[in-house]
Design a protein around this ligand. Structure first.
Ligand code: 48N
Length: 323
């Protein structure tokens, strides 16, 4: 007979009391996987559960995460191909760092679920294929470039690897709607970025038709913004830098030129103002770089470079704080 199972039930009235409720054996589902495999669906049933257990299982973890990541080491804004490549590179290199990813959409991945014009295949120019080998995504080798048979294979594999890191937390359906700043006379625009201001995206979309709905915050010494090129949510951080006069103006993304664009984005990935690194297509809005269209190698390599830049900024700040 299977032993009684006990679950920790935290009664709201007596928080932080931890009680336990025994689910008696006869309610336990003694059906094994084999039973199910043998098609004994007729009298199948799950073990009993109470709705509040599900509600508490979700809430407890989410609010623990909010508490834990309120002070992060690195925040990545935007979980598109560049942001996710950054997160993977960082989390793999530095399991000691707390990395928060803030993604406005319910579904992370940005523009990397399809190739161009809604076609499935995704093209990446070498040496981005090395990243694909690292994360275990198969591709067809076409010489100077490779082709992943479905963009969703790349994005879902990368997303699953990023989410599996214990030091990474993805806050999706959550928007960065401002930046935390500190006065910094040594910075060209007079500010250093010290974190992000967040709100549920559905809230951020309704500031015009609801009374004031204040945001929350995440403090971090390094922010990496990869919010894509201009669009309803695109190029958020660089547009905000201009509106707070920390950046004079935006260069504006130029026309499509694959060769020029991909080199410029990878080379240009850098710290734009102290504490804020910009990568991916958001950078095209700053530097006036060309767009590259449906080739994603620069997103991956920009992510790898953004991770490197972030680590050197992080270590530099740590030294300054220790001095
Ligand atoms: O995929 P994107 O838009 O951005 P990148 O830079 O990761 O990848 C760009 C790439 O998909 C291309 O555009 C390709 C190569 N085409 C180029 C071309 O010439 O057309 O991902 C940005 C992510 C999205 O998921 C947004 O939802 C998110 O950033 N985002 C935000 N998340 C939180 N807070 C915000 N304020 C915010 N703004 C955007």
């Amino acid at each position: 007979m299977a032993p009684a199972v006990t679950v920790d039930v935290v009664e709201p009235a007596t928080l932080p009391h931890k009680g336990s409720v025994a689910i008696s054996n006869d309610k336990l589902n003694t059906k094994t996987a084999d039973d199910v495999a043998e098609g004994k669906w007729k009298d199948f049933s799950f073990d009993a559960i109470r709705e509040s257990q599900v509600a508490r299982a979700m809430a407890r973890r989410y609010f623990n995460d909010l508490d834990r990541y309120a002070e992060s080491d690195i925040v990545i804004v935007g979980a598109g191909s560049c942001g996710l490549s950054t997160a993977y590179t960082l989390a793999k290199a530095r399991p000691d760092l707390k990395i928060a990813i803030i993604e406005a959409s319910v579904s992370p991945g940005g523009g990397a679920w399809l190739g161009g014009q809604l076609f499935s295949a995704m093209v990446m120019r070498k040496p981005a294929n090395k990243f694909l080998i690292d994360i275990g995504v198969p591709f067809e080798d076409e010489g100077p470039y490779v082709v992943v048979k479905h963009a969703a294979l790349f994005t879902s594999t990368l997303l699953s690897k990023v989410l599996a890191f214990p030091n990474v937390k993805l806050f999706n359906a959550t928007s960065v709607e401002d930046l935390i700043t500190r006065r910094d006379e040594s910075a060209p625009g007079g500010v250093r970025i010290a974190g992000v201001v967040t709100n549920w995206t559905l809230v951020a979309m309704h500031h015009e038709d609801q009374s004031c709905m204040d945001p929350s915050t995440i403090n971090a010494p390094v922010i990496i913004s990869t919010t894509g090129h201009d669009g309803p949510f695109g190029a958020f951080s660089v547009k905000r830098l201009v509106s707070m006069q920390a950046l004079e103006r935006l260069g504006g993304m130029r026309g499509l030129d694959m060769n020029t664009a991909e080199d410029a984005i990878v080379r240009g990935t850098r710290e734009i103002v102290p504490g804020l690194i910009v990568g991916g297509m958001e950078l095209s809005e700053v530097d006036g770089a060309n767009r590259m269209g449906p080739t994603f190698g620069a997103m991956v390599l920009s992510g790898m470079k953004a991770a490197e830049e972030a680590l050197s900024v992080f270590e530099e700040r740590k030294k300054q704080n220790a001095a």
